[in-house]
Ligand binder design. Sequence first.
Ligand SMILES: [Zn+2]
Ligand SMILES: [Zn+2]
Length: 338
Amino acid sequence: MRELAFIGKGHLEWRDADEPRLQGDGEALVRPLSVATCDLDRLLVAGLAPVSEPFPFGHECVAEVLDVGDAVESVRPGDIVSVPFQISCGECETCRRGYTGNCERVERMAMYGLPMGTNYGGFLSDAARVPFADAMLVPVPGDVAPASVASLSDNIPDAWRTVGPHLDERPGSPVLIAASGASIALYAVSIALALGAERVDMVGGSSYLRDRADSVGANLLDTDFPKRAGHYPIVVDASGDVDGLACALRSTEPEGICTSIGIYFADTTPVPLLEMYTKGIRFHTGRVHARPAMEPLMELVRAGKFKPELVTGETADWEDAPEAVAGHRSKLVISRDH
Ligand SMILES: [Zn+2]
Ligand SMILES: [Zn+2]
């Protein structure tokens, strides 16, 4: 079969790969139909994230089920499904607690589309193997367009976890997002408003991102990160910038919560710990646990309250994937017919 490989900075190409096959009766094989780029993909393509070897690319997709093992009950061939980027069994103690990103039955950080130990392949390919089909796959209802939820595998749940649980706890709260160019910031704006946030303020952000944020309902503050943007009960750091992170932390009110989705590649990163201590804030950093958020988000899309397609900045045909991925500057969705 054919798969898209990331070769190096700005360079991807189609190559031949072994066809995956079922390796157990709880597994499924899927054929990706719509693939979205993750915010991390853009850094990889730009040479800004450390990777040392070619690897099969793409880890957000909606796919058609091709084949299932005898023990699979929730899906059958022909079904359209969203595939989480993380491999998780759904049954171990850690998965049952909702931390599917740290499943005990697979290698740490096991996922599609990045070189993290076992090669599970990438989604810009003709087929992918899903090791725990019943636990992982989420059916896409017939009234939801596959391309609109291509990012439900990763970036959309990543945005949800920054605001969803906290708006449940403190309904109607205003939200502050410190942004750069990441689509997760835009999804977070849309999801927070859909869930009833009084308003969503955005500080920082590229001019492209600010235009998009404005169109999905954000209230725009300064382009540069001030020392503090105000005092908010719910704050998101999606900046990947030390000044953005510090601004987010200083803008979190006492007993507020600040979630950072940013990946800071440096070994140590400065944070205003004294201010955090004296105010008493909750700070969370870590990878998303994508799977548990996928069904509630699918419902939000189906109900018409959250329109992820408004975040998509670029689209491309499947055949044009190498050039489209190499040149993408915003959320890219690549699709083919099924
Ligand atoms: Zn990702
Ligand atoms: Zn598990």
